[in-house]
Each structure stands twice: as C-alpha cells, then as structure tokens.
Write a new protein. Sequence first.
Length: 277
Amino acid sequence: MTSEVPVYVEVAAKVSPLEPFRDIFIAQLGAIGFESFSETELGFEAYIQQEGFSKDQLDAALAWEGVECSYELREIEQVNWNEEWEKNFDPIEVDGRVYIRAPFHQERTGFEYPMLIEPKMSFGTGHHQTTHMMIQWLLETSTEGMRVLDMGCGTGILGILAGMRGASHVHGIDIDTWCIENTLENALRNDVDMSAVVGGADALVESYDVICANINLNVLLADMKRYADALSSGGTIFFSGFYQENIPALREAAEAVGLRYEGVKEREQWRSIKMTK
C-alpha cells in the first residue's frame, strides 16, 4: 500500500515596492499555514498543502494599501524542499565569529559559533539584515547565566546563539506551530537546551534578562508594554525589523513604559535598536 503524496499549491507572487513588503507578505502567509518560501527577483514563491489552501485567506494576506501584489497559482504533486532551500540559502558568516550553514553546505572551521540549521523558511536564516544585526548585538552582549527570550523565534537562530554563549535558560515564542517545531529541532541539532511555545505577547509569562524581538513594527508597538513587563530590572532588549523613520515612534512607545534607549545598528535600509530597563 503506497502513501498518498500531498498536493501542494505554489503561489508565485510579484510585489511592488519589493521591500519591505516581500518580507511582510511572507510573514503573513506563514501565519496562515504556508510551509516554505523562496525569494525571487520580483517577489517570492510560497507553498502550502492544497487541503489547507484558501484563496480568500491568501488575498487578505496580500492586501496592503499602496502595494501592488499579483500572483499565479500552480498545483504540484511533490516539493523537493532540500532543492528549494539549497537554491535560496547560502551559508551565513557574521563578523568572522558566527557561521550558519545547512546540512547540504560544506563544513568550515575557525569560527567560535558554528551553527547547523535546517532552513525550512526564509525567516530567521540570517540572510535578512534584521537577523544579522540581532546576531551582532548578541555577540556584543554577555548572556552567560542569563534568561533569554527569542520573541518571534522562526528557526531559532537567536536563541541557539544565546545558548551557545552560556545562557542558563533560553525560550522561544512564535505564532506559527511549524516554527516552534523547527526551532526545537534546530536547538537539538546544535546541542542547545531551548524551550519554545506557540503564541504571541500573551505567552509572556516569565521574566528575562535579555529579549530579542525581531518582528514587524506594528507588532512591536502594539506589544511594547508586554515586553517591558517581561524584562528584568537591568535587562536588555533588542528590537529589529524597521527603518530609520520608524525609530522615533518606537522609542516613544518604549520610553513610555520605562525603557531607555542605548544605541542603534544599521544594515542597508534596516535598523535595530538596543534598550535597557
């Protein structure tokens, strides 16, 4: 008896303006069950099992005032995920200290923090400039003996790095069940003890010494008080996923709940800021 091969729907989308809306749309599709994504020159390709596909949900997720987004649909019987990931995921090197690779990449030596990641989604693989800056912040921050939260953990890279750097407790939260499963798998691959749960700011029930929140601006603003309440006195929180022009609004919201601005990182058009309590 042969098992039935799942039928997938491929969405080939074109987005204008491309940035930051490609990443925003990918995040929104991930929240409605899409399993994998590939970036293209003009947009992206996204995949979901046919039984979970809803055109109405797709249209709602890709609707954004002032943004043009067109797409084509195609049914395919099988997706070679390894092939898709290999086409779209290069090894990542950050400041000569962190080397992140997939199983199909060649191993390299000489790095303090070599990391093996199964990059099943485009988010959190370190390609995105915002993740790159968060890795840099963590390299500059002592997490030895600290309680660390990876908020919007994706593939778990930030939490795993904190664990490698001696954190006593590492926890991840993400709205996507699939991301939680992938985070736990990747933590195991890298011998890091990390817990993770499905949820949003409502899942913040503990306190942390370090919080990494690499999420879109609207979520950061809406949940700012929850983040501040979850941060220990003297703790540090890193925000990423926005532009220079967004910093005043973000600082105002953060300072209104008792956080202090400490600095900013820049990578292309993206910004990431450090705040303390």
